[in-house]
Design a protein around this ligand. Structure first.
Ligand SMILES: Nc1ncnc2c1ncn2[C@@H]1O[C@H](COP(=O)(O)OP(=O)(O)O)[C@@H](O)[C@H]1O
Ligand SMILES: [Mg+2]
Length: 443
């Protein structure tokens, strides 16, 4: 009898994915909304990163629309230099994303430890990230929060974009106006509030490149208004003895990403021409782009696999301070969704399950239909997604969203019409332990 009651119930792997399908391992990260742990799928034995967001916290932070948006955008994309979604699901307490695991740590972590990275390494990351950013723009997605915290390395040192929490679809006809992102990385046209588009990601990438090579950001200010002024007006300066760290071509490329003139900014030409300009730039001359995009180039920087490439405080904090540690819990089968608050109901209905082994990726953005789905390149570390189908800082570095307007969430508004739920109004204050990524969104 003892044997019977101690035997662990085997999860139903044919049924919908849930937390019982995974073994929970170490805590490796914490962001503005979510916590991140390593998990292992009990059937396939694959390791993944589990990002989970507490529903009550999400409602309190008025961030329900953001996580639904993140969930939908992630379903749409699959690229060798993006942290791809593999599963999504929820229980009564949390919403879960299961993502490709990046064991090499984020670039903020490495920047803090090393002070700066070599030009060779940064050129390599900038090339991989340019390929990812161009892919996102091709899908009409602007990331809006490119910064070292959101660039993760796999164990071989390849760079990947993560955190689509404030990413958004854009249309060529209607510029965005919401001030969103992390201020030190924001393009001048975001701060000017006269409308902006995908060009802002190329600026942010330029800020990242500068910071990674020189160990400091190009535009600084003690207050938000100083920083706004610096980004909007200051002449771009390189540190003293910059030529010891970076070639002339490198500085020219960074300067070109940080051009306030959108007609001249590197990467900004429409219809994929921007990426061609990048490929033709002399700084990237040594890159074999075919091999790079097939993930066949060796990274100049391979993270130490014997060390944990993440901040140990996440683990400690989880062990010592978390009074409600994460565990798999059965859902209440008798729950009546109609009795839930509008926000909880929205999560129940719109944070839908996703399983990359059983489902084809699709776009929730009406203008992307009919939609061709991208297939992961042969060299990507995970199984290929089925092919095409038709279908539907410290305070120097805050992440701000001043307005939740129509521009920010076309598809949220669209679904709102179905449920009768008004679009969420954002009003969030967030603080990241790492200090450099405190961020807030103003309603
Ligand atoms: N797939 C992953 N593999 C390894 N670590 C990750 C992964 N995703 C996130 N992390 C870690 O967790 C941190 C927070 O994740 P992120 O997606 O940026 O959350 P938030 O939206 O809350 O900022 C990242 O900066 C990174 O250190
Ligand atoms: Mg983040």
């Amino acid at each position: 009898m003892g044997a019977l009651c101690c035997r662990q119930e085997l999860p139903d792997f044919d049924g919908e994915v849930n937390l019982f399908h995974f073994v929970l391992l170490r805590s490796v990260g914490k962001g503005a909304f979510g916590k991140v742990r390593v998990v292992q799928h009990k059937q396939t034995r694959e390791l993944y990163a589990l990002k989970y967001i507490n529903k009550a916290k999400c409602v309190k932070m008025k961030a329900v629309a953001n996580i639904i948006q993140e969930r939908r955008l992630l379903e749409e994309i699959d690229h060798p230099f993006v942290v791809n979604l593999r599963y999504a699901f929820q229980d009564d307490e949390n919403c879960f994303f299961v993502l490709d695991l990046m064991l090499g740590g984020d670039l903020r972590f490495h920047l803090e430890r090393l002070g700066s990275l070599s030009e060779d390494t940064v050129r390599f990351y900038m090339a991989e990230l340019s390929s990812a950013v161009a892919f996102l723009h091709d899908k009409k997605i602007i990331h809006r929060d490119l910064k070292p915290d959101n660039i993760l390395l796999d164990e071989r040192g390849h760079a990947h974009i993560t955190d689509f929490n404030i990413a958004v679809h854009y249309s060529d006809r209607r510029p965005l106006t919401g001030v969103a992102g992390s201020m030190a990385y924001m393009a001048p046209e975001v701060l000017a509030k006269k409308g902006y588009s995908y060009t802002i990601d190329w600026w942010s990438l330029g800020v990242c490149g500068y910071e990674l090579i020189f160990g400091r950001r190009p535009f600084r200010g003690k207050t938000n208004s100083d920083l706004t002024h610096a980004i909007s007006r200051d002449h771009l300066r390189f540190p003293e003895e910059a030529e010891n760290r970076c070639s002339r071509e490198g500085m020219h490329a960074i300067k070109s990403f940080l051009d306030r003139d959108l007609n001249r900014r590197l990467g900004c030409k429409p219809n994929g021409e921007g990426l061609e300009d990048i490929k033709r730039h002399s700084w990237f001359r040594s890159i074999d782009w075919m091999k790079l995009e097939a993930k066949q180039l060796e990274s100049p920087f391979v993270p130490d696999s014997k060390k944990a490439n993440f901040d140990a405080t996440h683990e400690l904090e989880e062990l010592l301070l978390e009074d409600n540690p994460l565990k798999a819990r059965k859902r209440d089968p008798n729950k009546d969704i109609s009795t839930l608050s509008a926000e909880y109901r929205q999560m129940e209905e719109q944070f839908t399950s996703y399983d990359f082994r059983k489902m084809q990726r699709r776009s929730y953005y009406p203008l992307n239909n009919p939609q061709t789905v991208t297939v992961t390149t042969a060299s990507a570390s995970r199984p290929t997604t089925p092919a095409a189908f038709e279908g539907g800082g410290n305070n120097a570095n805050p992440r701000i969203e001043e307005s939740w307007n129509n521009n920010v969430g076309t598809n949220i508004n669209m679904v709102d019409r179905q449920t009768g739920t008004p679009p969420a109004k954002l009003g969030v204050f967030e603080h990241n332990l790492k200090g450099c990524s405190s961020s807030f969104q103003l309603g």
